[in-house]
Design a protein around this ligand. Structure first.
Ligand code: PSU
Ligand code: MN
Length: 297
């Protein structure tokens, strides 16, 4: 595992670090917005007083804290694997490039001693799960890993009520950052109730107590998209429903489902969904940096 000097130094000196995923770069957004966004998200973490650590696998090396060149490489390279936890050893052993999803990023972050992670949206229980059994590995990893994950809820390409139920089954605490509703990525509200917190300090204290009583699991911090970028539910749902329909028609399954739906929604929205996505990731990076600082106080 290659941890860059800045991250290593921060970890050794108890300074705040925020992990960032790379699937959003390689499979989540189109080039060149993917690279611009990854760099802007890192900047957001820095601006708010923490050290960013973008995680991925490059030619078989686990990298914790990619530099600019590495981010550009992973954002342009062909044949970058989408890594959930189980594919990490395959990618390392065969010296391939891999972009880490929420599950693989959480796993590696915890291995490196990083306790806070900002993503766009976690994976979850897919619609039609009763036919496909498609539940993201993200759910299981969150159930087993000590980490705080800041997410804009989960995308309504998923079955959100089932996603929340499954997190409950798995013992994963979900709290709303300044809200008591689970947000749905593009929209701030879903009517699904969750307990709320009002500050980064409260999240840090909850996490601390969780660790001290021996519960090993993630704390999911659901942070709604900033109002200015919110997309009305009726409109977002139209794009999502159309993308879901096409996905089924084309017979797309397994790990290709999420990247297909995300890129179709961006196309169908004429880029509006991408703008929203960028805004919410940055917003999550800011909150994650605040939480990382609070943890280290
Ligand atoms: N949700 C998003 N954007 C993303 C993802 C999810 O809004 O890029 C990515 C994350 O990396 C997440 C992964 O961990 O998709 C989930 O994929 P799957 O459904 O195949 O588990
Ligand atoms: Mn899946």
């Amino acid at each position: 595992m290659k941890v860059n000097d800045e991250v290593l130094n921060a970890l050794e000196n108890g300074k705040p670090v925020v992990a960032l995923e790379s699937t959003i770069i390689a499979q989540g957004m189109p080039y060149p917005k993917n690279i611009e966004t990854a760099l802007a998200v890192e900047e957001e973490v820095r601006k708010n007083g923490a050290v960013p650590a973008t995680i991925g696998v490059i030619k078989g090396d686990i990298v914790v804290g990619m530099d600019r060149k590495q981010i550009e490489y992973i954002g342009r390279a062909k044949n970058v694997m989408k890594l959930s936890t189980r594919e990490i050893p395959y990618c390392i052993a065969l010296k391939k490039d891999g972009a880490t999803t929420v599950s693989a990023t959480s796993y590696i972050a915890a291995l490196a001693g990083i306790e806070v992670f900002a993503t766009g949206g976690i994976g979850g229980v897919h619609r039609g799960v009763e036919k496909t059994m498609d539940i993201s590995r993200d759910m299981e990893e969150l159930a087993e890993t000590d980490i705080i994950v800041v997410t804009a809820g989960a995308k309504s390409i998923l079955d959100l009520p089932k996603t929340l139920e499954y997190l409950e089954t798995k013992g994963v605490l979900v709290v709303g950052f300044g809200t008591d509703e689970f947000p749905a990525f593009y929209t701030r509200k879903t009517g699904l109730t969750i307990p709320s917190v009002n500050s980064a300090e409260e999240v840090a204290t909850i996490y601390d107590k969780k660790v001290s009583i021996g519960i090993n699991s993630a704390v999911v911090v659901a942070n709604p998209i900033p109002e200015a970028f919110e997309i009305p539910k009726e409109i977002a749902d139209q794009w999502i429903d159309k993308a879901l329909e096409e996905c089924e028609k084309k017979g797309i399954t397994g790990k290709k489902v999420t990247p297909f739906l995300l890129s179709r929604v961006v196309e169908l929205s004429n880029g509006k969904a991408l703008k929203a996505n960028i805004a919410l990731v940055k917003n999550n990076a800011r909150v994650a940096a605040e939480i990382a600082k609070a943890l280290h106080k």
